[in-house]
Design a binder for this molecule. Structure first.
Ligand SMILES: CSCCC(=O)C(=O)COP(=O)(O)O
Ligand SMILES: [Mg+2]
Length: 287
């Protein structure tokens, strides 16, 4: 199955012997006999924005490897890096988030004492809050930024290696060769995204990626986040972007911003509502 661009604006990507980047600049010259106007089943998009968990990567890798690694190492990470500017900034973000959570009565939130209470007490409260946030799978910047910093140690020590589905590297390589720019938009921090794609079961895949977006552009279930991304990519129209995700609410938000959307069906993903109207794929080979 190829893309079925229903709008008349979605003709072939280029009328001339060059491939357009997302912002319309010519990025490369197409070799004879090769273009990205059609993969045999329909025209291809100008750029593709990929979700990670449930799309490029099994949910089990995130839930059973990454999250436990962060949970098991959070105390050690705080103790070892407490005085650094990076960790002090992480703590500042967590303090603000927890203050908000306490006001909202969020389950598992506990007050974080002031620095006067001493490092050990502050860390104990931070750990309790972070554990609760991980357990609830919260997609908040304060947690995601910290997780990226903890995972960095795991990747540096070769305790962690990113996992992508078997069809992902080949598709990234193909899109790259066709001049289609590929970006990541994940709740995981941009650092975490670079770590995961920098060391995968298929090696370093970052050469195929043109940029990274995280929750600092906004929550993935909110339409304004996709408007922001479309503006950052400099496309003529949001429908020049194809967004791939496993989460129905993210698909709805992206569609409302005018992006083309396909939903990724991978083993273990959350089932979609019966009456959804999105195109679905089970492998990137279908794009
Ligand atoms: C950067 S990968 C870590 C994944 C993560 O923390 C997460 O919450 C997954 O979110 P996604 O938006 O990729 O589904
Ligand atoms: Mg996902």
């Amino acid at each position: 199955m190829g893309l079925d661009w229903s709008t008349p604006n979605h003709g072939p990507i280029q009328k001339f012997k060059g491939v357009l980047g997302c912002n319309g600049n010519v990025k490369m010259v197409v070799k004879a006999g090769m273009d990205n106007s059609d993969n045999g089943t329909g025209p291809l998009p100008r750029c593709i924005v990929l979700d990670i968990e449930g799309t490029t990567t099994p949910i089990t890798f995130v839930a059973d490897v990454l999250f436990p690694y962060a949970r098991d190492n959070v105390g050690r990470h705080f103790s070892a890096t407490y005085k650094t500017a990076e960790t002090q900034n992480d703590i500042k973000l967590l303090r603000a988030q927890v203050e908000d959570d306490l006001k909202q009565g969020v389950d598992g939130a506990v007050p974080i004492p002031t620095d006067d209470a001493g490092k050990e007490e502050v860390i104990a409260a931070l750990v309790a809050n972070v554990e609760a946030m991980i357990k609830a799978d919260r997609k908040i910047t304060a947690l995601k930024q910290l997780q990226g910093h903890i995972w960095r140690t795991g990747f540096e020590n070769n305790e962690l290696e990113g996992v992508v589905y078997d069809d992902v590297p080949e598709a990234l390589e193909k899109w790259h060769a066709l001049g289609i720019k590929v970006y990541i938009y994940s709740s995981g921090s941009r650092l975490a995204q670079r770590l995961i794609f920098g060391k995968t079961n298929y090696g370093d895949l970052r050469k195929y990626l043109s940029g990274f977006f995280d929750t600092t552009v906004g929550n993935k279930k909110e339409t304004h986040s996709y408007i922001e991304i479309a503006e950052s990519l400099g496309v003529d129209k949001p429908s020049d972007i194809l967004f791939l995700t496993d989460v129905f609410q993210e698909a709805v938000a992206a569609k409302a911003a005018g992006l083309e959307v396909m939903i990724s069906i991978r083993p273990g993903n959350v089932p979609l509502p019966d009456d959804h109207s999105f195109k679905t794929i089970t492998s990137f080979t279908e794009i």
